[in-house]
Design a protein around this ligand. Structure first.
Ligand code: DC
Length: 194
């Protein structure tokens, strides 16, 4: 069975949590596509060459979840050749046998426009910054400023900017518990699976 769940949205909206839960519930593979850009940004050097030579081992680094890695990722993600180098791997994963959940910024719009389910997961910038701050600590105002800066860069870039696909279901998690958001997402997938 080929079945793709595309989950897009801004940083720290809950995409990762929802994606992992949906993948586990339905036995689908899961790819956090942000990790690809984080790994490219973290390696340093020429980002295009790094993206072209990226290996699964590069995704295992322990420092990919930091704020700095997120900023570096969003900077290399504006480079068209970096995005192009990562497309084939993501498309192949999306159409793998047995079902797949991919979360990112452009999954439903560019990587897999034919996805069977598209969700756009979002929340207010303040709520997202608060959640990220609970994970990373430090100064909450700085975390909010970074979230806003990353939103702007991700939405304004020329190639594959963050957009809501016309056929995506919008899920605002600002006032939802994790359990409720996961339940809504699983319901949508279950209905589409029939
Ligand atoms: O989802 P994340 O915070 O791990 O993503 C880090 C950065 O990578 C994000 O700011 C923009 C970029 N990204 C992207 O351009 N396209 C994707 N599909 C996923 C992430």
């Amino acid at each position: 069975m080929i079945f793709t769940v595309a989950i897009d949205g801004p940083a720290a909206a809950g995409k990762g949590t929802i994606s992992r839960a949906v993948a586990e519930r339905f036995g689908f593979g899961h790819l956090d596509t942000g990790l690809l850009y984080r790994a490219v940004g973290a390696k340093g050097g020429d980002p295009v060459a790094v993206a072209r030579a990226l290996t699964p081992g590069d995704l295992e680094r322990g420092d990919l979840r930091t704020l700095e890695a997120g900023q570096a990722a969003s900077r290399v993600a504006v480079i068209p050749e970096v995005r192009a180098a990562l497309v084939a791997f993501q498309r192949k994963f999306a159409r793998r046998e047995g079902g797949a959940v991919l979360d990112g910024r452009d999954i439903g719009t560019v990587i897999c426009p034919e996805a069977e389910v598209k969700l756009y997961v979002t929340a207010s910038a303040e709520v997202r910054a608060h959640r990220r701050w609970l994970e990373v600590g430090g100064d909450e105002a700085r975390v909010l400023a970074e979230v806003i800066e990353r939103d702007r860069r991700d939405a304004e870039r020329a190639v594959s900017p963050l957009r809501v696909a016309p056929d995506a279901v919008r899920l605002d998690t600002s006032e939802l518990s994790i359990a409720d958001a996961v339940a809504i997402a699983c319901d949508i997938v279950a209905k589409r699976l029939g």
